[in-house]
Design a binder for this molecule. Structure first.
Ligand SMILES: CC(C)(COP(=O)(O)OP(=O)(O)OC[C@H]1O[C@@H](n2cnc3c(N)ncnc32)[C@H](O)[C@@H]1OP(=O)(O)O)[C@@H](O)C(=O)NCCC(=O)NCCS
Length: 166
């Protein structure tokens, strides 16, 4: 399996994987593919990686800048993360998150937040964080990790494209 940045040739496959991965999920909206595309169109898909095996795209992860107290400060949000349903539980999601966090560090990010399953994201160094809050979300589902700097305090807002997926 190869993890690499997306290219223009991957966009249809990313749409299909995002749609199928979230289909029927309790927290899925069915609009996650629109989120990826809206972020890309806005130039806000700062890191976008695909997992490829035998020439086929089987997973995708995206990261976009978040604001803290309405200011951009080098923090990013992980979302969405998708693995083809027939390829799940084989370590592909794990590889995408690891590579994605590495790519974020390379572009000088200070930290990353994620909204999701606490047990799953704890594997990657995310933990609930008293300093940061996301409006309307119970704190146990909202996690953060700093890449070294002190964690800022305040309200986190994802890119406006996330409103499309709400
Ligand atoms: C979440 C998702 C990306 C995980 O991808 P994956 O390739 O199946 O995950 P991995 O195989 O790398 O699993 C890594 C670990 O998480 C565990 N895990 C995987 N899916 C899990 C799930 N749905 N619930 C709980 N644990 C899970 C695995 O057991 C593994 O742990 P282990 O190594 O200790 O056994 C995939 O299930 C998916 O696409 N889900 C639908 C979309 C979604 O919910 N995305 C995340 C929110 S943005």
């Amino acid at each position: 399996m190869l993890i690499r940045p997306e290219t223009a040739q991957d966009l249809t496959a990313i749409r299909a994987i995002t749609t199928s991965a979230f289909f029927g999920r309790i927290h899925g909206t069915g609009k996650e593919y629109l989120l990826v595309e809206a972020l890309r169109d806005a130039g806000a898909l700062s890191v976008s990686l695909v997992a490829e095996a035998h020439g086929k795209v089987i997973g995708h992860i995206g990261f976009s800048p978040v604001t803290i107290n309405s200011k951009e400060c080098g923090w990013f949000g992980l979302a969405p993360l998708s693995v083809s349903p027939e390829m799940q539980r084989q370590g592909i999601g794990r590889a995408l998150v690891h590579e994605g966090l590495g790519a974020l560090r390379k572009i000088g990010a200070h930290g990353c937040v994620v909204l999701g399953d606490r047990q799953y994201y704890a594997h990657f160094g995310f933990h609930p964080c008293a300093e940061l809050r996301l409006e309307g979300v119970p704190p146990e589902y909202f996690m953060a990790q700093s890449f070294g700097a002190a964690v800022p305090h305040g309200r986190v807002d994802y890119h406006p494209a996330f409103d499309l997926c709400a």
